[in-house]
Design a protein around this ligand. Structure first.
Ligand code: SF4
Length: 513
């Protein structure tokens, strides 16, 4: 969600005549797009803000702003912690950002746009009035061009009404509101026309999507069906789903339309019913397991991903064992594990003791990842010899490092007698591409820039717990002109606007579902 917000803000800043820069010291505007899901993410923002004090005193006209969830959560208190900040803007007020910047430039005063301390009921009414301008912000997005256009996010929903006891999102992003289906489809069409091949529909609980249209309710399954029909799109994904709101029609649509990728990210958070109750997740571990079984019945090759919080208030060793058992039983392709981090003003903060020692949280985090590492390796090794279709995103991280080393003329890190072999290895690594399978698995393989932006068939030859390695066997669909590769093109996932807009988020999906 934060990545998409950064992209929208990037468009707003460009419309004001600003351009991204990688020179923080020369920037006229420095915005931090922030995440509040964990304390660690907020600490990083405060530390980065602290580093700007001297720059701000040298260049007082540089506007320093904090946008996103941390601005909303901390409110004006952030000015006390970082007095050189000029602007605060919550995630539900981003449509007001250009006006706020004008105010700072003209009046040289601090400005804020926050949801305030309205009650949720008053807030719903106030938000309904503001909704049109937020909707206009999404519709006004300046689409990426070149390789960056290949994959895009589309917001289908704002906010969340679940109030899981550990989560700040309902406070920082406000009530759940679904966007009109026609707007979402129009956005998908516009992105496809500009070379986008894969869209990911985003919502905190995306499967709860419902929007009234001509007197009837359009639900998420129908929205998926409409988006997959957009000409030019090859792949449709969605994150993140809330287990208790699942609707079997979504599985039917996934089964019937091959452009909807066989990938489901459904956070479980815990395998213990006692912990799930304290988290107010409204489902049991058995409910969750039934849902996973149903998913595999409809879409047998579906790739499953899940989120887990370890060390939540009162989590015993026995509770944690149930989580490990659930992970073993589901056999995920990927999991994301977070150590519980108490967030001020949440129900858990007010009513429950954060009583699991840090070292226990760290040990459980490590153990759960180790459990998944074994499963991930097993599942990926089972794919050796298979062919997978891969959307080629760009050069791998290893390749970009090797390219940079070769450009600098760095000697390979091998003994002198092995220099030639080392140089050969560097050149081989420099030509390594990366892409994603339909199940969102990372696949690396040798190839040239002419493949970037295309869909290729890769024969899997090796596997690690997180990656498949193989060789290209054929091109399923070549790159399209609008998203064709540029020399040196790297990852093509949407990103923030360089150093003028640092994206300080724990993970794009860490706050969802
Ligand atoms: S964890 Fe997800 S579903 Fe629960 S309140 Fe936060 S955003 Fe909503």
């Amino acid at each position: 969600m934060n990545v998409l917000d950064s992209e929208l803000v990037d468009g707003q800043l460009r419309a004001l005549g600003l351009a991204p820069t990688d020179q923080m010291t020369g920037a006229d505007v420095i915005l931090f797009n922030t995440c509040s899901v964990r304390q660690h993410a907020e600490d990083k923002v405060l530390s980065r803000l602290g580093q700007l004090r001297r720059l701000k005193s040298r260049r007082p006209h540089t506007v320093v702003g904090v946008i996103g969830c941390m601005a909303e959560r901390e409110k004006e208190g952030l000015f006390a912690k970082a007095p050189h900040v000029d602007l605060l803007c919550g995630p539900g007020e981003l449509n007001r950002l250009p006006g706020l910047l004008q105010e700072v430039w003209e009046r040289h005063e601090r400005v804020t746009a926050l949801a305030g301390s309205l009650s949720r009921r008053t807030e719903v009414l106030a938000r309904a009035m503001e909704y049109d301008s937020l909707e206009a912000l999404d519709l006004s997005r300046a689409p990426q061009t070149g390789p960056a256009a290949l994959q895009s996010y589309i917001r289908v929903q704002r906010g969340c009404d679940k109030f899981c006891t550990y989560c700040v999102v309902p406070f920082t992003r406000g009530p759940e509101r679904s966007r009109p289906a026609a707007h979402i489809v129009a956005e998908a069409r516009m992105l496809a026309e500009r070379g986008c091949r894969e869209v990911t529909l985003l919502g905190q609980t995306v499967n709860s999507y419902v929007q009234q249209e001509a007197g009837r309710a359009v639900r998420f399954a129908e929205l998926l069906e409409r988006v997959q029909a957009v000409e030019g799109l090859d792949r449709i994904r969605f994150v993140t789903s809330f287990p208790a709101d699942w609707d079997e029609d979504i599985f039917r649509v996934m089964r019937d339309y091959p452009r909807i990728m066989p990938y489901l990210h459904i956070p479980a958070q815990s395998g213990s019913d006692a912990v799930l109750r304290r988290m107010r997740r409204t489902y049991t571990a058995a409910d969750y397991l039934r849902l996973m079984d149903t998913a595999r019945r409809y879409v047998p090759h579906v790739a499953l991903a899940g989120d887990f919080i370890v060390g939540f208030c009162g989590e015993t060793e026995a509770d944690f064992r149930r989580t490990c058992e659930l992970v073993e039983r589901v056999e995920y392709n990927t999991i994301f594990v977070f150590k519980y981090s108490n967030r001020p003003a949440t129900a858990a903060d007010r009513n429950l003791a954060d009583d699991v020692p840090t070292e226990v949280k760290i040990a459980r985090n490590r153990e759960l990842l180790a459990v998944q590492s074994g499963i991930g390796l097993r599942r990926r090794r089972a794919m050796i010899g298979q062919r997978v279709e891969v959307l080629v995103e760009g050069y791998s991280k290893v390749a970009r490092q090797a390219q940079a080393a070769l450009a600098r003329g760095d000697a390979p890190l091998v003994q002198e007698s092995e220099q030639d072999r080392g140089a050969e290895i560097s050149r081989t690594r420099a030509a390594q591409l990366v892409g994603r399978s339909p199940g969102d698995l990372i696949v690396v393989f040798p190839g040239g820039p002419e493949l970037i932006g295309g869909i290729v068939t890769v024969r899997v030859e090796e596997a690690t717990p997180l990656t498949l390695l193989g060789q290209v066997e054929g091109v399923v669909s070549p790159p399209r002109a609008a998203a064709a590769a540029e020399p040196g093109a790297s990852s093509v996932r949407a990103a923030g606007a360089g150093l003028s807009l640092p994206l300080l988020s724990a993970s794009p999906d860490a706050c969802a579902g």
